[in-house]
Design a protein around this ligand. Structure first.
Ligand code: HEC
Length: 260
């Protein structure tokens, strides 16, 4: 006979009188559907993570990303591209229904639906089944999204010649940079008439493109210096024929040096 049986001795209102012992739930009713978080579940997650990590590592070693050269703000023919994992969004904007007047579709509505769907993912097919065929809506939507991402990425990437793109924009190693001979008589003429736009090393600037690596003869350069070209206004050069000769010789020699 226990003394005080049937009586409750509770002095602290925060402590429930019917205290349950702290024993984990018994999952044996659901064999095969549950597992201990530690270590079983975590170990599996970690293994899958490690496999992918090593996979990506091998991939980056086998195919180093083709780095391009320094950004050149004067090169207006350069078409910037997003990284591969955003190429599909970029490709989407090329379709008529997602560009021009419908650009809102491409930049807000469609990506909004896709990423918004992630929020409602837990509420799609929330039945107890865990096999793919028991969750047709969620699995169907995922496959559709996956297929469109792969297709759009493929479409976008197949239209780009990656090799020549990397080749054309590869960084100039410091040793190959052009030495500008500022003692050259042509440089003095250049300094007077052209430098304000084309930069003190002929490298170009915000106002004008680089004069290094241009494919122009001395006569063509002389003509451009006097008559302008495209958005370059005419009459930049004013001086003697001798100075014009020095100027064009100078620009041509810089370009010859560069192509060696
Ligand atoms: C007011 C600014 C300005 C000045 C000064 C100027 N340029 Fe230009 N230049 C330009 C612009 C802008 C272009 C690009 C034209 C285009 O393609 O639309 C250009 C283009 C050129 C090109 C063609 C480059 C190519 O890629 O084929 C040459 C050559 C050239 N300039 C030479 C000169 C010379 C020589 C002088 C000095 C006598 C000079 N420029 C002075 C603005 C200028």
């Amino acid at each position: 006979m226990h003394k005080g049986k049937g009586m409750k001795f509770v002095g602290d209102s925060r402590i429930s009188a019917e205290r349950k012992p702290n024993v984990p739930k018994d999952y044996s009713e659901y064999p095969g559907r549950t597992e201990a978080f530690w270590p079983n579940f975590l170990l599996k997650e970690w293994l899958v993570g490690a496999v992918f990590l090593v996979g990506f590592l091998c991939l980056t070693l086998a195919h180093p990303s083709p780095l391009e050269g320094m950004a050149d703000p004067t090169n207006s023919s350069y078409i910037p591209l997003p990284d591969w994992y955003f190429l599909f969004l970029y490709e989407l904007l090329k379709y008529e229904f997602a560009s021009g007047d419908f650009i809102i579709m491409g930049i807000l509505v469609l990506p909004g639906i896709a990423f918004g769907a992630l929020l409602i993912a837990p509420f799609l097919d929330n039945g107890p089944g865990r096999r793919p065929h028991q969750r047709p809506v969620a699995v169907g939507m995922m496959l559709l999204a996956l297929a469109s991402v792969i297709w759009l990425t493929y479409e976008s990437a197949s239209h780009v010649d990656w090799e020549s793109r990397a080749e054309a924009n590869k960084p100039i190693p410091p040793g190959e940079q052009v030495e500008i001979d500022t003692e050259d008589p042509g440089y003095a003429v250049y300094e007077n008439s052209c430098m304000s736009c084309h930069g003190d090393d002929l490298q170009g600037g915000a106002a004008a493109p680089s004069l290094i690596g241009i494919d122009k003869s001395a006569e063509e350069i002389a003509q451009i210096a006097q008559e302008g070209i495209g958005s370059m206004p005419p009459g930049q050069f004013s001086g003697s024929d001798e100075e014009l000769q020095q100027l064009t010789d100078f620009i041509v020699s810089v370009n010859e040096e560069q192509s060696e």
